[in-house]
Design a protein around this ligand. Structure first.
Ligand SMILES: *Cc1c(COP(=O)(O)O)cnc(C)c1O
Length: 407
């Protein structure tokens, strides 16, 4: 018999969201009349803008014609789309051929680990989006879980006490640093000065930053940086990962991109860009041409303004949720609310309480599903994350119920 990949035996506990789903199912089966509303998983809910869906439909139909048909395309993506992404999101900060189109940010985050192998040291914000650590565990880079986290991973607490920006001095030399801003789950957005500190640290210590900017389009404060490449020195130490999932509702369509600057080098002087090109052409065969044409439609003037409207819609939900958790009843329950207005997540601390207990109370008393902060890492304990992805009517109903909540 074949030996199991030890990475899998090293993986501890279930993935967060299946456990959330299990508790929801269990509650629903015991309370069949409960009208459960989910403000839990960060999945988009609003329909695609018509102009974007239409572009994909038109392209699909053209595939049924001799002139319109195409098979495999370039693994790096449509030239036109790489160009538009460079123009719209990076202006003079990255060139077309530094943009690689993919089937989504999570897939890129998983594939990127093949660049660094199983010996690389990892540093992550704590709490963090689960795939950074779990993906590292699977490829063998994170080692065993000692009970207080994986041996090969440096956890960098991001908590109210440090304004959600970590103490970088904990990071070992030559580490791969995963960094997400606007952050999932805390909603915190790092300032230009903070990202400069991160970039300077990485350059001084031989580190590479994997910068996850999946929520950049939620940034409404113009002083805040939307890309790591706005920071001087970043082209020598950073890779950016991004996606159409959250801004364009492409969670099901699947389309993302990565940006790897040509200045970025491994210790032996070879180009990271060159190896990433090799990974994308060898292990990946290009994103769907239908999705890529949808991506092009997103980046027309009409598409960009349609995307902005959908994000505005979610941000309105977010404000209502924030207001609800700042209500008298939650203040009495000891809740501390963290929300920046630049992300779809509201992060709420219940000092002295366990995240899963707060989750269960909100489910039982309000029939509202949230996400326990502890599922994103040890520093998330006592917090819950509330997602603003939902129909207005559902969010309003959830907030009405929540405004009567008490433990
Ligand atoms: C949702 C999310 C992603 C996943 O994006 P896909 O493109 O749908 O794979 C990546 N990073 C963060 C932080 C996310 O919340």
């Amino acid at each position: 018999m074949l030996k199991r990949n030890t990475g899998f035996s090293n993986l501890t506990a279930g993935y967060l969201f299946p456990e959330v789903a299990r508790r929801r199912r269990e509650y629903a089966s015991k309370n069949p009349n409960a009208k459960i509303i989910s403000l839990g998983i960060g999945n988009t809910t609003e329909p695609l803008p018509k102009c974007i869906a239409q572009a994909m439909a038109d392209y699909s139909i053209s595939l049924s014609t001799a002139e319109g048909y195409s098979g495999y395309g370039d693994e790096q993506g449509l030239t036109e789309l790489r160009k538009r992404i460079a123009e719209v999101f990076y202006k003079d900060l990255a060139s077309d051929d530094e943009v690689f189109i993919s089937d989504g940010a999570k897939c890129d985050i998983a594939r990127i680990q093949t660049l660094f192998g199983s010996k690389v040291k990892i540093a992550v914000q704590d709490p963090a989006y689960p795939v950074y650590v779990d993906g590292s565990v699977i490829v063998g880079a994170a080692g065993k879980n000692t009970g207080s986290g994986y041996k090969g991973v440096t956890y960098m607490p991001c908590v109210p006490e440090n304004n959600f920006f970590p103490d970088l001095s904990k990071i070992k030399k030559n580490s791969l640093i995963y960094f997400c801003s606007p952050n999932n789950p805390t909603g915190a957005v790092s300032s230009r000065e903070e990202l400069k500190k991160l970039v300077d640290f990485a350059n001084a210590n031989g580190c590479i930053v994997i910068f996850d900017a999946a929520y950049r389009e939620f940034i409404r404060d113009e002083k805040l940086p939307k890309s790591i490449f706005e920071i001087e020195g970043s082209r020598h130490c950073a890779i950016e990962i991004n996606s159409f999932s959250k801004p364009a509702g492409f969670t099901g369509v699947r389309l993302g991109w990565s940006v790897v600057p040509k200045e970025l080098k491994f210790a032996d002087g070879t180009s990271v860009h060159q190896d990433w090109n090799r990974v994308m052409t060898t292990l990946f065969n290009g994103a769907s041409n239908v999705a890529q044409n949808g991506g092009l439609a997103c980046l027309t003037d009409e598409g960009l303004s349609a995307m902005k409207s959908v994000i505005d819609y979610y941000l309105e939900n977010a404000s209502l949720i924030e207001k609800t958790f700042r209500g008298e009843n939650f203040r009495k329950a000891g809740a501390e609310v963290y929300f920046t207005g630049n992300s779809p997540y509201i992060w709420v601390k219940f000092p002295g309480k366990k995240s899963w207990n707060v989750f269960d109370s909100l489910l039982e008393k309000c029939n509202v599903v949230t996400t326990p902060g502890s599922g994103f890492g040890p520093a998330g304990e006592s917090f819950i994350r509330i997602s603003a992805f939902g129909h207005h009517a559902d969010v309003e109903e959830a907030c009405k119920r929540l405004s009567e909540f008490s433990f």
